[in-house]
Design a protein around this ligand. Structure first.
Ligand code: NAD
Ligand code: ZN
Ligand code: ZN
Length: 355
């Protein structure tokens, strides 16, 4: 078994108050409890959820400040508790949004652990992956095969799992059409590729030319620019399907409310609208008549369970999903949040915890 030297102090990005900013500073390295592992995080993806957490966008309390965000952490196990039998020092693992769950409630018993009322959330109710050494429950860490590149796999740990699960929840079958709203962002870029790998045709919806080019290069057969007011978005999405009746499923990944009100207008009859994005203070609104007489399903989808996690990583390992990412130092996290807030990120940013 490998032996690791663990420092007493480490670099981290720390939120000291709601609204931010994240402060790059040295903090102590924690010790894992009996059912936990200590992970030397090498890379962490930056999810829009981290920005929502910093801005206090949601009515769900975080742990008391200071808080270390981050929940797409890929790294190496360097210490473990006595109750983590199936994991070895040196194993490659991932920190997900779902850091741990009780494993005993009726949801956990049915592998619906994201719904566990006692779930621990990385970078939200427990410290996350924007630090060099992070703690996670051994039962929940993602198992990453050694041949996977830790930098490239990081975004799979939230974005990948979430969109893969959302596509399964949509019920769309190979050969059918799916509209991905927010297709140029982190989750969206992944969703295009998972959808393609699952045999679906993709209509990407986002704003601007650069995101359009990215969507096309990742495999979208059509791109609809929501910022182009000269065209009717609903008509354009429907027209992108060969019979003009609209996509069988819609994945809503956008960080604004409007598309959540629009999706039932272009989804195909008997189609499903899957809500995944979490814009602050947003509401769903749909005409009851349409939902009834066109038999539309509207549902939510929230990350994925441990099995979804391993399947999502397996798609990555087989080379079916390759996501565009840009790597910067952990010290530059606040700049990434700024770009994200301005809607300027195409794909994902990954932070390297060594700089
Ligand atoms: P991101 O900022 O990378 O991407 C969001 C994209 O939405 C951007 O490309 C933006 O241009 C686009 N967008 C904004 N308004 C739009 C509109 N009207 N129409 C089409 N596109 C629009 O964010 P991300 O990291 O991909 O996260 C997306 C959302 O998903 C966030 O709210 C995040 O919190 C949420 N999320 C949910 C889950 C879950 O389990 N349900 C998991 C992870 C993230
Ligand atoms: Zn996330
Ligand atoms: Zn539970």
């Amino acid at each position: 078994m490998a032996n690791f030297e663990i420092p007493s102090e480490q670099w981290a990005q720390v939120l000291e108050k709601s609204g931010g900013p994240a402060v790059y500073k040295k903090i102590p390295v924690q010790k894992p409890g009996p059912d936990e592992v200590l992970i030397n995080v090498k890379y962490s993806g930056v999810c829009h959820t981290d920005l929502h957490a910093m801005m206090g966008d949601w009515p769900i309390p975080t742990k008391p400040f200071p808080l270390v965000g981050g929940h797409e952490g890929a790294g190496v196990v360097v210490a473990k508790g006595d109750l983590a039998p199936d994991i070895e020092l040196g194993d490659h693992v991932g920190i997900k949004w779902l850091n741990g769950s009780c494993l005993a409630c009726s949801f956990c018993m049915q592998a619906d652990e994201p719904l566990c009322p006692h779930a621990l959330l990385s970078g939200y109710t427990v410290d996350g992956s924007f630090q060099q050494y992070a703690i996670a429950k051994a039962s929940h860490v993602a198992r990453i095969p050694k041949e996977c590149d830790l930098e490239a796999v990081a975004p799979v740990l939230c974005a990948g799992i979430t969109v893969y699960k959302g596509l399964k929840e949509s019920g769309a079958r190979p050969g059918q059409y799916v509209a991905i709203v927010g297709a140029g962002g982190g989750l969206g870029s992944m969703a295009i590729q998972y959808a393609r790998a699952m045999g679906l045709h993709v209509i990407g919806i986002d704003g601007g030319e650069e995101k359009g080019q990215s969507c096309k290069s990742l495999g979208a057969m059509a791109y609809v620019d929501y910022t182009d007011s000269s065209q009717d978005l609903v008509e354009q999405v429907k027209k992108a399907t060969p019979d003009g009746l609209g996509p069988h499923a819609v994945l809503l990944l956008a960080v604004s409310e409007k598309p959540f009100q629009q999706a039932t207008e272009y989804v195909r009859s008997r189609g499903s609208v899957v809500c995944i994005g979490l814009p602050a203070n947003a509401y769903l609104r749909a005409p009851v008549l349409d939902v009834v007489i066109r038999m539309i399903t509207i549902k939510g989808s929230y990350v994925g369970n441990r099995q979804d996690t391993q399947e999502a990583i397996d798609f990555f390992q087989r080379g079916l999903v390759k996501v565009p990412y840009k790597t910067v130092g952990l010290s530059e996290l606040q700049d990434v949040f700024q770009l994200m807030q301005d809607g300027k990120i195409v794909g994902r940013y990954v932070v390297d915890t060594s700089r």
